[in-house]
Design a protein. Structure first.
Length: 265
């Protein structure tokens, strides 16, 4: 009886926490379909007109394109560095391996405002403030430790004797990695790439310091809009990005399988 009560209490707590997390998303999505010009909940009338306004807004469309471009660059850079670092720290054990791992995840513990100000000072010396390069580098400082951690966990579950067998049979290290290792760990690598993409897509603090008028990302554009008042387009863009993230996760699940995506990652 006591265990049953504890189980029900635990389930209730999980339900409340889940509702607490999901309710703001429901409100944002609902306000995106409101016909009025004010952001109200519940919506007074259903309409898609704000999605049309979004498509006709050059500032918002440019910010969406900037976010996608920066997120793609961040994913490519953080995956290249994170996967390489995970491979490099695969063998070291003991204090050396722990020290290298701690060093790799150190940027996660640095506040975004500190990184933003530091990189702004650095890139200003080369007249690169407000450039895509500055944004990609900044976002990669946060995304790379995550791709490293996911890749390291993925590689730890791989049987490396298979790769050694491929090398013994005459395959080059690059070919053995691409044709033997990658197919078996693709689910984990996909998760790492998705994490990097989403981290870059939603990052605001560093982008606020490093973006310029032509390189503003969606979070910065939303901040500028909300400073002038509640803008329905913020809800519309947030809904579009939320749908995009869900679609990416679903595509990944279909591509590698839901069960493998969960276990390998």
């Amino acid at each position: 009886m006591r265990e049953s009560a504890i189980n029900w209490a635990f389930r209730l707590l999980i339900t409340v926490l889940f509702a607490f997390l999901i309710l703001p998303l429901i409100i944002v999505v609902a306000t995106a379909f409101d016909a009025s010009g004010a952001v109200v909940f519940p919506p007074e009338a259903f309409s898609l007109r704000w999605f049309g306004v979004l498509l006709e807004s050059p500032d918002w469309m440019r910010s969406i394109a900037n976010s996608l471009l920066v997120a793609t660059g961040t994913t490519a850079l953080s995956m290249a560095v994170g996967v390489t670092a995970a491979l490099g720290t695969r063998r070291p054990d003991g204090s050396v391996g722990k020290a290298l791992t701690a060093l790799a995840v150190l940027p996660l513990f640095v506040p975004g405002i500190v990184i933003g100000v530091t990189l702004l000072t650095f890139f200003s010396r080369f007249d690169l403030q407000g450039s895509y390069l500055a944004l990609v580098v900044a976002h990669s400082l946060w995304a790379t430790p995550l791709t490293f951690s996911v890749s390291q966990a993925t590689f730890a579950r791989f049987d490396w004797t298979i790769q050694e067998a491929a090398l013994d049979l005459g395959a080059s290290p690059t070919r053995a990695f691409l044709e033997v290792v990658v197919p078996d760990v693709r689910a984990g690598l996909l998760v790492a790439a998705l994490v990097a993409f989403v981290v870059s897509l939603q990052e605001f603090v560093m982008a606020l310091f490093l973006s310029g008028p032509d390189t503003r990302t969606v979070p910065v554009q939303a901040w500028n809009s909300l400073r002038q008042g509640l803008d329905p387009l913020v809800s519309v863009v947030s809904t579009a990005l939320l749908v995009a993230v869900v679609v990416l996760v679903l595509v990944g699940s279909v591509a590698v399988g839901v069960e493998r995506l969960a276990t390998d990652a």
